[in-house]
Write a protein that binds this ligand. Structure first.
Ligand code: SF4
Ligand code: SF4
Ligand code: SF4
Length: 454
């Protein structure tokens, strides 16, 4: 693979071009096919996961004496968010949440019911509702300071995945209900990797083993099958279907991170409420640490704080929703001849939604990093580790956040220009593009104002 070509693809100079990494690095394909290393990594993940739950439930409850807080909120979650850009949903291939369900199913303890149509049809809304609930709990209850609260949150997601596995075959939770999966799927539309089949080969397929499985092995765990993968939203990139396909169809492509946003125009982001909710909640999360926070907000506690936080979330949602509607009216085109109705602001704002989440999670990770080793030292009485700390200069945070957001503003404008001047060439006048661009700047500035710490 020529580095020059790879860079040209990633920087969108040749947007329709892709490189099949399975061809360039056959070892990568073996890694997915053989699944031995996969299993090892999964087991390591399961052990860490079990440690987080047990130490959270039964370990010390002071935040400075229990390292699971930083493991969960400072390492685990920010790493997943960062991985969206580089490897899409690949995290889902190693995720420990479905593990207990798989075990239950292998013991024959599942009812194997058909997933109700209601769940299939409304899956984006159901998973989004769960995501809203998790973010609300996370921010309004101070769970990030509570080891037990963190463990209980993880346990409740684990229970959801396990109970669903007891009712339905395979990983229905991952396909229809998982709030993290929904978020990871949307974030992964901006990934530089995509898992796709060779549609020409699939056209001649008679077995569809990637979805149906064979007598020896079951098919795709999320009822998809490689031939159905047209975006990064639902495929877990678990590689399970690789060894099921006898035509060597599945590929892992290096691509432009904007390819999916431009080609699909956000159409398959399924629930257009996820972008306003995510961005609205990010604005509220940043607002809580900003110099604009009303002083009396800090004095409100308990149920009143939860109610107040709910109100702020609604305001944040309405604000971004209003920008999206205004942007759609200004852009002037909401119909695509291929996809039908679409909201142009959804693909345009995806980079900012991704950047907002990344900035928020990295801010926590960097801010709390100096305390990680001393916390382990206190928890496990390892005196020597307590000296391994360092200082992060205060100016790091605004600079890091502003850099991430400024890049996102650039990326949003890029998607806007490509949609306006390439995809809908000659149909969107310059003044309309200027208004939408102005809205992008206003939204970005709202973030930047709230991001600057007190
Ligand atoms: S969809 Fe959710 S539970 Fe399933 S693998 Fe992904 S993060 Fe884990
Ligand atoms: S990926 Fe392979 S098994 Fe699946 S439909 Fe295509 S050719 Fe058939
Ligand atoms: S299509 Fe293949 S890689 Fe994607 S989730 Fe299904 S089995 Fe895994």
């Amino acid at each position: 693979m020529s580095i020059k070509r790879a860079l040209r693809i990633v920087f969108d100079r040749t947007p329709d071009d892709t490189i099949d990494l399975f061809k360039v690095f056959p070892g990568l394909k073996h890694f997915f096919e053989r699944r031995r290393l996969h299993a090892v990594l999964r087991t390591v993940g399961d052990v860490v996961f079990a440690f987080i739950i047990l130490a959270g439930l039964f370990g010390p409850q002071e935040p400075k004496r229990n390292c699971i807080l930083y493991l969960s909120w400072g390492l685990w979650w920010p790493t997943i968010v960062l991985s969206w850009f580089f490897v899409g949903r690949m995290w889902c291939g190693f995720c420990p949440f479905p593990g207990a369900g798989r075990l239950v199913q292998s013991l024959g303890l599942s009812f194997n019911l058909r997933v109700p149509r209601f769940i299939q049809k409304n899956s984006p809304y159901l998973s989004l509702a769960l995501l809203c609930f998790i973010i609300w709990i996370e921010e309004s209850t101070g769970i990030k300071e509570s080891p037990r609260g963190t463990a209980l949150l993880i346990l409740s997601i684990l229970s959801g995945a396990t109970v669903t596995a007891m009712l339905f075959p395979k990983q229905a939770w991952c396909r229809y209900l998982c709030p993290m999966g929904r978020l990871i799927g949307v974030g992964s539309t901006l990934s530089i990797l995509e898992f796709r089949p060779d549609f020409e080969k699939c056209k001649t397929c008679k077995t569809f083993a990637c979805k149906r499985g064979t007598n020896e092995r079951s098919g795709c765990p999320v009822y998809l099958g490689a031939f159905n993968v047209r975006n990064n939203l639902d495929c877990l990139i678990c590689g399970h279907c690789l060894s099921l396909c006898d035509k060597d169809s599945p590929k892992l492509n290096l691509r432009s991170p904007f390819k999916e946003l431009l080609l699909n125009k956000g159409r398959f982001i399924t629930c257009s409420y996820i972008i306003p909710f995510l961005m609205g909640s990010q604005l509220v999360r940043f607002y809580e640490d900003s110099p604009f926070l009303l002083p009396w907000f800090k004095q409100v506690t308990g149920l009143w704080a939860m109610a107040l936080y709910s109100g702020l979330l609604i305001v944040g949602f309405i604000y971004v929703f209003f920008i999206i509607r205004l942007g759609a009216c200004s852009f002037g085109i909401t119909e695509d001849e291929l996809f039908g109705k679409f909201s142009p602001m959804v693909p345009i704002l995806v980079p900012m939604a991704f950047a907002g989440e990344l900035a928020y999670r990295l801010d926590y990770a960097v801010r709390h990093a100096p305390e990680f080793l001393p916390t382990i030292a206190r928890q496990f009485h390892i005196g020597s580790l307590s000296y391994l700390t360092f200082q992060v200069p205060h100016w790091t945070f605004p600079i890091m956040n502003i850099f991430i957001l400024a890049s996102a503003i650039g990326a949003c404008n890029y998607v806007l220009f490509r949609l306006a001047f390439d995809e809908f060439e000659g149909m969107v006048p310059g003044w309309r593009v200027a208004i939408v661009s102005g809205l992008i700047f206003i939204t970005g500035l709202s973030y930047i104002c709230f991001m600057i710490p007190v």
